[in-house]
Design a protein around this ligand. Structure first.
Ligand SMILES: [Fe+2]
Length: 465
């Protein structure tokens, strides 16, 4: 991610521009004065500076003029932010090597294209040449020195030391050298982290296909025959560097897009979580006395799943499924749900239909097909006498078996319309008693363990506790 130093003495402008650049996924550092900017640059590095022209203290022009005199930071790519169109300023800015001007207030589209362009502009590419013949150093410097920043060393060991210190854009490597030959040096270069893709071009007087093949296999980008021919050598180097820069900028772009994608995925996840909570809230609101039931069942199910050794992803999934297990109650009349007395057979049949209703609602969410499982089968019994399908034992999906235990536990440990929450030992006895008939014995056993650890009976939905 490119690092940008943003300099403006107006705090509001600074904040607004920073916001836009951060949205574009650049890493932004801000400075309120030229002096502060110079200090930050010295502790850099930065890829680009956006510099306000008119500032109190050092002006933008004065700041850049100073920076250009300072070794180490003099080459910083700079774009000016300006509300003035003063010709003298513009001329001086260009003389100081400004890459662009952006009018204030900076519009996002202007910022985007100017910053992108500026980041593509490069300083002189650096070439590290490795050759044991000092005469060749002179030739290489003469050939490439005008266009590139060339640094020559005489051995593989020196080259590796240099690479540890500073990363060039390309390495020119002599094949035949005493001590460590070119091939060996190349292998060592590839072992250095972040040098895996550094272009390495061989200089060789050999002219046989086997050597050529060997060099390419070892990861050479190209080779240039000695004695060097100016046009050929220049063209090859230029093309390789262009390709490298293209790859680098593509890589940056992919990184930026990946970060953006991850963020939007996160937003989508948050959104679906919120929708699930809202939907569960609507169910619970319908049943005036079991408020919070869905959330508690979700929590107990999650803990059961965790203790059953499910993966983190599965645990999170069960939590959401359990949250919506009673979603079908949305389709049941409130008068029946909240009826204080005993239900008629007909009313009980309507209540029971919440399982299929929930299933029908949730199965339409094609992105999360497993959501509907909990709704449909959480009232199945392990002995096969439950509803709606009379499924038995392991034929009941495990998620539904987990929710079933959590659901019944909460029903007993919460206040109901017609009774208070049951005492903990009675809840425990009921779970124990129904192990293997209503409940999957393995899951019931985990629930019992949770109850036994809950010495103060904190796991409950009682309103009076
Ligand atoms: Fe239910």
């Amino acid at each position: 991610m490119a690092k940008i130093l943003l300099v403006d003495d107006n705090e509001i402008n600074l904040m607004m521009t920073e916001m836009v650049l951060s949205e574009m996924h650049y890493e932004v550092t801000t400075a309120l004065s030229g002096e502060e900017a110079i200090e930050l640059l010295q502790n850099g590095p930065y890829d680009l500076m956006l510099l306000d022209i008119v500032m109190d203290g050092l002006s933008g022009i004065e700041t850049l003029a100073r920076i250009r005199e300072m070794p180490g930071i003099s080459g910083i790519r700079t774009i000016f932010l300006t509300s003035s169109s003063h010709m003298a300023d513009m001329t001086e800015a260009i003389r100081l090597g400004a890459l662009d001007f952006i009018r204030k207030p900076a519009l996002p589209e202007n910022l985007y294209s100017a910053v992108r362009q500026a980041l593509l502009v490069r300083e002189k590419d650096r070439i590290l040449a490795v050759d044991d013949d000092e005469m060749n150093h002179i030739a290489i410097e003469e050939l490439f020195g005008i266009r590139y920043d060339v640094h020559c060393v005489s051995s593989g060991a020196e080259a590796l030391a240099e690479l540890a210190r500073e990363r060039p854009d390309l390495v020119l490597l002599d094949l035949h050298m005493p001590d460590m030959n070119g091939l060996e040096v190349l292998k060592r270069i590839r072992d250095i982290e972040s040098c895996e893709n550094l272009p390495v071009v061989f200089l060789t007087a050999d002219n046989d296909a086997n050597t050529e093949a060997e060099l390419f296999t070892a990861g050479a980008m190209d080779f240039i025959a000695k004695p060097l021919v100016l046009q050929v050598a220049m063209q090859r180097i230029r093309r390789i560097l262009e390709l490298k820069h293209l790859q680098d900028s593509l890589h940056d772009e992919v990184n930026r897009k990946t970060v953006a994608l991850q963020e939007s995925n996160q937003k989508l996840n948050n959104l679906s979580d919120q929708i699930i909570r809202a939907l569960a809230g609507a169910i619970d609101a319908k049943d005036s006395y079991t408020n919070g039931h869905s959330a508690r069942v979700a929590e107990y199910s999650r803990e059961l799943a965790r203790r059953l050794g499910k993966s983190a992803a599965a645990v999170a999934e069960i939590y959401n499924i359990a949250f919506l297990h009673d979603v079908g109650k949305i389709g049941i009349p409130s008068t029946i749900i909240n009826k204080p007395g005993k239900l008629t057979d007909e009313e009980f049949a309507i209540i029971k239909s919440h399982t299929m209703k929930g299933y029908e609602i949730l199965k339409t969410i094609s992105e999360m097909p497993e959501l509907s499982i909990g709704a449909r089968w959480h009232h199945e019994r392990y002995d096969g006498t439950g509803y709606p399908d009379g499924k038995e034992g392991k034929n009941i999906p495990e998620i539904a078996r987990i929710i079933c235990v959590a659901d019944c536990y909460d029903a007993m440990s919460s206040d109901r319309l017609y009774r208070k929450a049951l005492p903990q030992h009675i809840v425990r006895d009921e779970i124990e008693k129904n192990k293997g008939t209503q409940f999957d014995p393995r899951i019931a056993e985990v629930m019992l363990q949770m109850i036994d650890e809950d010495k103060e009976y904190k796991m409950n939905g009682s309103k009076t506790k």
